[in-house]
Design a protein around this ligand. Structure first.
Ligand code: UD1
Length: 430
């Protein structure tokens, strides 16, 4: 199994190209199931999760091809994927696939809407919490689906098609919003989705659906109005830049000191994160084509208190990275995790490097230390893993991160992007 070895202590200087967003690419790929025409996606990041989902879609009968790779003057632009779901040959998403990547559960809505039937394995547990799917199922039931759970599978039918309705989510869920929104595009009549998630990746998918002929109003707000159509068409869409990758590298620069331009990053996607980093003493500046992040000499200031929240609040997917930064702040910071109940696995690994973090329920109190010391640590999930990379970059001596396959699920060319800016980081294969 691959490991990552980091010799900490180097400031980061240079340019880091921001890739297309994983959390937009995945649902955009799934949107291809809604039409028999070709959906072309540009700026798709080369990630393990993307490649696995492409395999899952091929299983359903989707034809998938990839254009030649990232030639040209804009290095952050990713690959171009084409998907054509002319004939869907299999409406089952098996456990072996869905258990490996939770987002593949999201094929449920589109399969049901287009074919009136879908058998999708329940995703099962996950390292960061129980992550139920009740909101997805209630939303689809409200659209007229008949849903049973049989042997760990969601067996969904809509023999007379789906019918538009008003759905008010009791809780904000990114996945449930994706699932119901896509299904509603092919339902009969109008669907109103209230308390919809406002994450930019939902807006990106909604804009793609509009290009495919869907009628959606309220994009970017918590109330979406969808007028169902009998069919959607093909389209071409460019995946938006990854705000979690942007925030992660911004935290890394804040952690090591230095001066980096995040090329292709867009400020409106990361306002809450940049505001937190500014409080920590980081200089942020809009520059042509990106965002410049710098910390030259100034100490890291603690952040009195921050809570993770649905967008536009501070994202749970950056909680671990911010915590890594706070381990060396001059004072005490409090981070409260309100989205997932068990998203603190990085805490004990950060402690191995010398961090001082007390956990109480959903709250972590981080008392900054003068120095972290390199050690062996274990990656536990995607975002926790990258927080260990940040901590390793701050630590004195060598840090070795085991089980880095978690990183490959969501960060494209992580070591290359960091080492181009002066980090001493290498992958040890095997
Ligand atoms: C998505 C993101 C993930 C991010 C998360 C929250 C992708 C591929 N994944 O995950 O990176 O951390 O949003 O921003 O985009 N919940 C229920 N019932 C449900 C569904 C969710 O109770 O049916 C709860 C979850 O347990 C969690 C909260 O709602 O406590 C938010 O989860 P949700 O927004 O659905 O996360 P995901 O879509 O799985």
């Amino acid at each position: 199994m691959d490991r990552i070895k980091i010799a900490g202590g180097q400031p980061l200087r240079g340019t880091i190209p921001i890739s297309g967003a994983k959390n937009a690419a995945l649902p955009l790929m799934i949107a291809s199931l809604l039409t028999e025409d070709r959906l072309t996606l540009k700026n798709v990041p080369n990630l393990a999760d993307v490649n696995l989902l492409a395999r899952i879609l091929r299983n359903h009968g989707v034809d998938h091809s990839v254009d030649g790779k990232r030639a040209g003057p804009v290095p952050h632009l990713g690959e171009t994927f084409h998907f054509t779901a002319r004939d869907i040959v299999d409406t089952t998403a098996p456990y072996e696939m869905v258990s490996r990547m939770r987002a593949s559960f999201w094929v449920l809505g589109p399969l049901l809407a287009r074919l009136g039937v879908a058998n999708v394995s329940l995703p099962g547990g996950c390292a960061i919490g129980t992550r139920p799917v009740d909101l997805h199922l209630e939303g689809l039931k409200a659209l007229g689906a008949e849903i049973d759970i049989e042997a760990g599978y969601v067996v969904a039918k809509a023999p007379r098609g789906l019918r538009g309705t008003r759905i008010t989510f009791p809780k904000v869920s990114v996945g449930a919003t994706h699932n119901v929104l896509r299904a509603a595009t092919l339902a009969q009549g109008e669907t109103v989705i209230e308390n919809a998630a406002r994450e930019p990746e939902i807006g990106d998918v909604a804009e793609c659906l509009v290009r495919m002929g869907a009628h959606i109003e309220g994009i970017g707000t918590s109330t979406l109005h969808v007028q169902g159509r009998t069919r959607l068409e093909g389209a071409t869409h460019t995946v938006l830049p990854d705000r979690i990758e942007t925030g992660t590298f911004a935290c890394a620069v804040a952690a090591t000191g230095g001066d980096v331009v995040l090329e292709g990053a867009r400020r409106p996607l990361v306002e809450a994160t940049l505001a937190a980093l500014e409080k920590a003493g980081v200089t942020i500046e809009d520059v042509d084509g990106g965002i410049r992040v710098a910390r030259n000499g100034a100490a890291i200031a603690p952040i009195a208190r921050i809570e993770t929240e649905p967008f536009p609040g501070f994202p749970t997917d950056l909680q671990a990275q911010l915590m890594a930064l706070m381990t060396k702040a001059h004072g005490t910071s409090i981070i409260r995790e309100t989205i997932f109940e068990n998203r603190f696995m990085h805490v004990q690994e950060l402690a191995r490097l010398g961090a001082n973090i007390q956990l109480q329920g959903d709250q972590a109190t981080i008392t900054g230390v003068k120095r972290l010391n390199g050690a062996q640590v274990m990656a536990t999930d995607l975002r926790a893993s990258v927080s260990l990379v940040i901590a390793g970059l701050m630590a004195e001596g060598t840090t070795t991160i085991n089980r880095v396959y978690h990183l490959d699920r969501g960060f494209e060319r992580l070591e290359a992007k960091l080492s181009n800016c002066g980090a001493q980081i290498e992958r040890i294969t095997g």
